[in-house]
Ligand binder design. Structure first.
Ligand SMILES: *Cc1c(COP(=O)(O)O)cnc(C)c1O
Length: 329
């Protein structure tokens, strides 16, 4: 609020303007020294120090992004995710979902209103972009969070479901025989929750590696891994780390942080992925239809990434510019 009030030289009480970027870091440092004993200030100073000293980002840019977000004086830009927030959360996702596993290249994030929104948006955009169509078969890693069974059955999607069953006698792991179902080219996608809900067991390293070897033979297989429980496991490695080009990662802050009320999650896709590739290879008529759909967003809709299509579709394309979430969220 003080940053906002600074915009006016004569300030009627309760009136403020846009925050100013210039000198914001120095003002914050002074504030942190002055109020060092006030509860919460140490946390704030620690957060700024993490961003500056560990991530090597500009503390001033970060403070400005937070300040503008908290004041809520502008629509959040960029709409997919605020710039520095994407880097900070990306670092967290990298640490918790990839860890020490080898990983080449970068990934993009879309900040969403929980895992719920992630699922809703993904089903919709996958269909709108013809990656899955009515009558297509998708495999589900069973048992699974029931919406993954119910959504594909809706009139909206009309997908055919194939169960890949975990074995309760083998600590809820998928046998090779079950995973081999994914070798059938008829199976267009594999959706799973890992660690699983309800069994609360993560896929073994052996199964992850076996699945990755299948994906080598099925480079077109779309994978959606819902890893909202991944942060409960030590040294967790997501399928996203194993098969980054094929996999959409869903993460939510609801469960680990006991914050279902925040409505906060992210979708991650690798910058080099099969979704963009498959969209690029659609028949001419479908590509032209999609170019028209996204023509209000960019002069080169053909190049619009899958993850940016998700953002657009989440706001019925025409409201793309007001899609963003701000820093309080
Ligand atoms: C709870 C849950 C979700 C929904 O998460 P929210 O962030 O609360 O919307 C999605 N997937 C799984 C597996 C869950 O358990």
């Amino acid at each position: 609020m003080r940053e906002s009030e600074r915009s006016f030289s004569y300030m009627p009480e309760g009136v403020g303007g846009f925050p100013r970027r210039e000198g914001i870091e120095e003002r914050f440092n002074q504030f942190a020294r002055e109020f060092a004993d006030t509860p919460g200030v140490k946390f704030l100073a620690g957060a700024v120090s993490y961003v500056r000293d560990q991530l090597g980002l500009s503390a001033g840019d970060f403070l400005y992004e937070m300040c503008e977000g908290i004041l809520a004086c502008n629509y959040p830009v960029p709409d997919r995710m605020l710039k520095l927030s994407e880097i900070v959360v990306g670092q967290y996702i990298r640490k918790e979902m990839i860890g020490n596993h080898p990983f080449i290249g970068e990934f993009d994030l879309f900040a969403v209103e929980g895992g719920t929104a992630a699922m809703t948006y993904l089903f919709n955009t996958i269909r709108e972009n013809h990656l899955l169509k009515a009558g297509d078969t998708i495999a589900l890693g069973m048992p699974i969070f029931t919406p993954y069974i119910e959504i594909p059955e809706l009139n909206d999607y009309q997908l055919v479901e194939l169960s890949v069953n975990a074995d309760p006698e083998s600590r809820w792991q998928y046998s090779k025989k079950e995973l081999d179902k994914l070798r059938d080219p008829k199976v267009k996608a594999f959706f799973l929750v890992n660690p699983s809900n309800p069994p609360s067991v993560r896929m073994s390293e052996e199964s992850l590696e076996y699945l990755a070897s299948i994906v080598k033979e099925r480079p077109d297989l779309i994978i959606l891994t819902d890893d909202v429980y991944g942060t409960f496991a030590d040294n967790f490695v997501s399928l996203f780390a194993m098969c980054p080009k094929n996999t959409i990662l869903v993460y939510s802050f609801s469960k680990y942080f006991g914050a279902t009320g925040w409505r906060l999650g992210v979708i991650a896709t690798h910058r080099d992925n099969i979704f963009d590739l498959q969209i690029g290879k659609l028949p001419d008529a479908q590509r032209q239809q999609l170019n028209k759909r996204y023509s209000s967003i960019t002069t080169e809709p053909e190049k619009l990434k899958f993850i940016d299509r998700l953002v657009a579709d989440s706001r019925t394309v025409a409201l793309n510019h007001t899609a963003g979430l701000s820093t309080p969220q």
